[in-house]
Design a protein around this ligand. Sequence first.
Ligand code: FES
Length: 115
Amino acid sequence: MPKIVLHRDGQTYEGEVNANTNLVVMAGIKRFPYPNLRYGCGMGKCAKCACRVLKGAEHLPPPNWKEQERLGPRLEEGYRLICQLWVNEDVELFQDKDPIKPLLPAPAVRSGAAE
Ligand code: FES
């Protein structure tokens, strides 16, 4: 079972989750890392779930297009959108006190009307 370590607001939270777990989904059903992981949309739009991966990044898949659009150069600093990740190995995360601002806002739903 993957071991999760989450640092936030000067505290450290640890827990184990089943393999192939999405931590935002878990927080959404009030299981670890609830209530300590901040998140919002759960869909890669708001970047509220962004964390820096301190350990275990090598076991994560490459960033998807949502992470690339929202995080941009922050990917080089180790940031990932936790809602976009399914964890299969131990990982250690650091979540900033304040949410980061997404590099690009999520595209608005197009109505088909002329812009
Ligand atoms: S919860 Fe909104 S981008 Fe992850």
